[in-house]
Ligand binder design. Structure first.
Ligand SMILES: *[C@@H]1O[C@H](CO)[C@@H](O)[C@H](O)[C@H]1NC(C)=O
Ligand SMILES: *[C@@H]1O[C@H](CO)[C@@H](O)[C@H](O)[C@H]1NC(C)=O
Ligand SMILES: *[C@@H]1O[C@H](CO)[C@@H](O)[C@H](O)[C@H]1NC(C)=O
Length: 507
């Protein structure tokens, strides 16, 4: 984050100020290639957001950049469930695929979110943006029922409603594509109430920015610790941007959307500085899944990583991640293994909150982040497909620098580009023994190792199978929440009694 140029700050011990700790967690599905300065193990990534008019805020230069950071699923709802609970989505039942506007299910209320963890400590909590963990009957799964005092946002993906007549860029550039037809127009909700339907994309980001600034100002002026969760809609299809960001990047609609997101982070940093609390604020930036290559130049780019969204290859699962805390977290790069699963235990440690009494899959990253050259407590990472089952179990696992694929499959979301393995036509393939790659020498998963002929690798397969068996023995699948199905009557409608639905739901 370039607003803080002093990159050799002394590392301060965080225990000196736990009571006033502020936490900001932000996720977006950007692609690796467009976060300025982000390097992939020394390989410079080609394109940057910088342009003559704009210098990016989120460029990682003053934070700790993770190169080997993973989400738990290559699509949104499941990966958000595990980020907020520290548990694989199979436990909470957020599978298969994602939740829809009329879904009966949602993140079960007996799961403990990061916000619920912090409430007993007196934290003010807010969620802003794309929720996508359920609406449900009477809005029972909305953020305000999951530990957040406040919510402003579209409660699911902003393409989950017809968009062909909506304006995505000023003055009146229509959104690209149709988005989901046959469902209600996408609503903007404040707490549990629909404020506007359809949402206005030209003012959406500025209303988010204002809402977050007010939340921070209010919390800070009451000297309250706070937790702000900002899951952005950017850079998901259809891209949109308000007047400030529109046309301001060198990368078309995708770049403008990313630029608008980046500039919101700049606004947040400005408020933190204004209130003189930036040094007490831990900010974590990451993404919930890899680029949606199916949208081609509007879908993002996985750089050197294989395939993208909806696949368990690295392009679907490995994400950019930056931990930022001036004076506490030294800027730099770590190649240690870490995951969105680890945020809940880490935040618990930093804030002094009690861990929920459930089976957690995350580990505390505090030592890794606060100590130069710190080591990760995470030895493995498990990769579930978008439709996990007890029968197929995990598709892949990472053990140290190795990744073993027990199953591979392409996906519609990744069905462009020349690699046949990424295409939808690449059907489910079981691998016994698993396909094993050394991600340090082969981050693109091109050259499977021969475990039999390489004496140095003898024993590796046993270790992999042992790690898999140990993990599986700990896994209890929760009831599928997506499997509970959808009911059009549950789709959020600002005029509940209007006819004919869904098109009459406009206010
Ligand atoms: C939540 O409740 C369901 C249904 O009773 C149960 O199966 C599940 O284990 C509970 N989850 C937690 C985290 O307590
Ligand atoms: C889209 O806009 C056109 C022109 O304004 C209008 O005729 C048409 O009915 C609209 N379609 C929908 C589905 O709103
Ligand atoms: C934050 O800490 C840095 C050094 O750690 C210091 O230079 C800066 O002035 C501090 N800012 C505030 C607002 O206290």
């Amino acid at each position: 984050m370039t607003r803080h140029r002093n990159s050799h700050l002394p590392v301060r011990h965080p225990e000196t100020a736990p009571a006033c700790l502020k936490l900001i967690l932000t996720i977006a599905p950007p692609s690796w290639g467009f976060i300025g300065l982000y390097r992939f193990k020394g390989d410079a990534i080609v394109l940057e957001l910088d342009s003559s008019q704009y210098r990016p805020v989120v460029d990682g230069s003053n934070g700790l950049r993770f190169t080997d950071f993973y989400t738990t699923c290559p699509v949104c709802s499941p990966s958000r469930a595990s980020l907020l609970t520290g548990r694989y989505q199979t436990r909470s039942g957020i599978y298969p695929g994602v939740l829809y506007p009329g879904s009966r299910g949602g993140l079960p209320l007996n799961e403990t979110t990061i916000a619920e963890l912090l409430k007993p400590l007196g934290y003010a909590t807010a969620a802003v943006g794309k929720w996508h963990l359920g609406v449900g009957p009477g809005g029972m799964y909305l953020p305000t029922h999951q530990g957040f005092d406040q919510y402003l946002g579209v409660p699911y993906s902003h393409d989950m409603g017809p968009c062909w007549n909506l304006t995505c860029f000023p003055p009146d550039v229509k959104c690209f594509g149709l988005c989901d037809v046959g469902t209600v127009a996408v609503p903007l909700m404040l707490q549990d109430v629909i404020k506007k339907q359809p949402v206005n994309f030209l003012t959406l980001e500025s209303s988010y920015s204002q809402f977050m600034s007010t939340f921070i100002l209010n919390s800070a002026s009451m000297s309250k610790p706070f937790f702000l969760y900002y899951p952005s809609h950017h850079t998901h299809y259809p891209q949109y941007a308000g007047p400030k960001a529109s046309g301001a990047s060198l990368r078309g609609p995708f770049g403008d959307a990313l630029l608008e997101f980046d500039s919101t982070i700049g606004d947040i940093l400005d408020v933190l500085e204004l209130m003189k609390i930036i040094n007490n604020t831990f900010i974590f930036f990451t993404a919930d899944n890899g680029p949606e290559l199916m949208r081609m130049s509007r879908g993002g780019n996985a750089g050197p990583l294989k395939c993208g969204k909806s696949t368990t290859y690295e392009g679907g699962m490995r994400e950019p991640a930056i931990a930022f805390w001036p004076g506490v977290i030294a800027p730099g790069v770590t190649h240690e293994l870490a995951s969105t699963l680890d945020l809940l235990p880490t935040i618990a440690r930093l804030s002094g909150a009690r861990l929920p009494q459930v089976q957690l899959d995350g580990v505390d990253m505090t030592d890794l982040m606060l100590t130069r050259g710190g080591k990760s407590k995470r030895g493995t990472m498990m990769f579930y497909p978008t439709d996990p089952s007890e029968k197929t179990s995990i598709f892949a696992l990472r053990l140290g620098k190795y990744k073993a694929h027990f199953y591979t499959r392409g996906a519609t979301h990744s069905s462009t580009g020349p690699d046949p393995d990424c295409q939808f036509a690449s059907a489910l393939k079981a691998h016994d023994p698993p396909l094993v790659f050394d991600l340090e020498s082969d981050p693109s998963e091109n050259y499977p190792l021969s475990l039999v002929t390489e004496p140095a690798l003898h024993g590796l397969l046993d270790e992999i199978l042992e790690a898999k068996a140990k993990f599986e023995a700990s896994m209890v699948f929760g009831e599928s929440q997506v499997g509970r199905g959808s009911d059009p009557a549950l789709e959020p409608c600002c005029a509940p009694l209007c006819q004919p639905k869904p098109s009459c739901c406009r206010c």
